[in-house]
Design a protein around this ligand. Structure first.
Ligand SMILES: Cc1ncc(COP(=O)(O)O)c(C=O)c1O
Length: 306
């Protein structure tokens, strides 16, 4: 059997096989979770929403006072080169930028050099439909920064997984639902789309921004205001979105079906419009998972988790 090709990555200025990377135990990402990251999709060999992801990387880095050594253009070239070399048509690119390597000290030397790590893996198609449990939002108040220190998200998602749900939904002490462990949240009520505004409690998701752009084009009224957990429970439709899951209907929240636990018409329209947007940007994108015959999926998923 031919040997499996080694996974390629870019680390600290060089392209090399993943197995040849040596990370210092004093990398501040490792010691303090001191860094930022990005995750982007590749469709048909083309990185999707590349500019938006690179722009957010720079905003996140600026948010914690990291000055990248590469320019935005360098990052775009790096990602394109990595994707080309890896050769997968449908893939996910993960990149992180840590503050650098230095003897452990909370305070950093202003001249420390940040360290890049970028890799790409073939993508497994996301499953159609999601279930969520609500959990207290115990995160910090700078959620607009895509920081690698994701402990509350990790714990919340693991808690969801342990009880058989796909995702955790963060709810603040005042009852307002913010976003998922790794996705943004939308509700539909009487033809109006509701989503929490971006800022300290919600990541400015690239998929969220594209969804809002599509809504504007389609004339869908949008209210960017926080709404309660109960509002979401009683909504006509709820959906979540992210780079890797795209737009997915929420079928169950805290073990109760949303509407009749079937994907709603607005969600399906926006999913289709999102797919069209991807096709325009990246050429002939594969169909979104569960695109056809969504009607029976709700029942199936409820049986699985119920
Ligand atoms: C907390 C959180 N919110 C929202 C998102 C969705 O962001 P994007 O659409 O840019 O993937 C993510 C993605 O990982 C996330 O971690």
């Amino acid at each position: 059997m031919p040997a499996k090709p080694a996974t390629l990555c870019y680390f600290d200025g060089r392209f090399l096989p993943l197995c040849d990377v040596a990370v210092s135990p004093f990398d501040r990402g490792y010691n303090f979770g001191d860094g930022v990251y990005e995750m982007l999709r590749v469709y048909n060999g083309v990185p999707f929403a590349l500019d938006e992801h690179v722009e957010r990387l720079f905003r996140s880095a600026a948010g914690i006072d990291i000055r990248p050594r590469l320019s935005p253009r360098d990052y775009r070239d790096l990602i394109v080169a990595l994707v080309e070399r890896a050769g997968w048509a449908d893939a996910a690119v993960y990149g992180q930028l840590t503050r650098g390597d230095a003897p452990r000290d909370h305070v950093w030397d202003e001249n420390i050099a940040p360290i890049d790590f970028w890799t790409v893996k073939p993508l497994v198609s996301p499953k159609f439909g999601r279930t969520m449990i609500s959990v207290p939002d115990e995160r910090w108040s700078r959620c607009e920064i895509k920081a690698i220190s994701l402990l509350p998200n990790v714990l919340a998602k693991q808690r969801a997984r342990r009880v058989g749900a796909d995702e955790a939904l963060f709810v603040m002490p005042n009852g307002i639902a913010t976003e998922g462990g790794a996705c943004n949240l939308f509700a539909v009520k009487d033809g109006v789309l509701y989503t929490h505004p971006i800022g300290g409690k919600v990541l400015p998701g690239v998929t969220r921004a594209i969804t809002l752009k599509i809504c504007k084009k389609m004339g869908v009224p949008v209210v960017e205001e926080g709404r309660s957990l109960d509002f979401h429970r009683d909504a006509d439709e709820v959906f979540v979105c992210s780079t890797t899951m795209e737009i997915q209907p929420l079928l169950q929240l805290d073990w109760r079906p949303i509407a009749d636990a079937r994907p709603g018409p607005m969600t399906m329209r926006l999913r289709q419009a999102f797919l069209d947007y991807v096709r325009q940007a990246c050429g002939d994108a594969p169909p979104l998972a569960g695109e056809v015959d969504g009607a029976d999926v709700g029942v199936e998923t409820m049986a699985r988790v119920g």
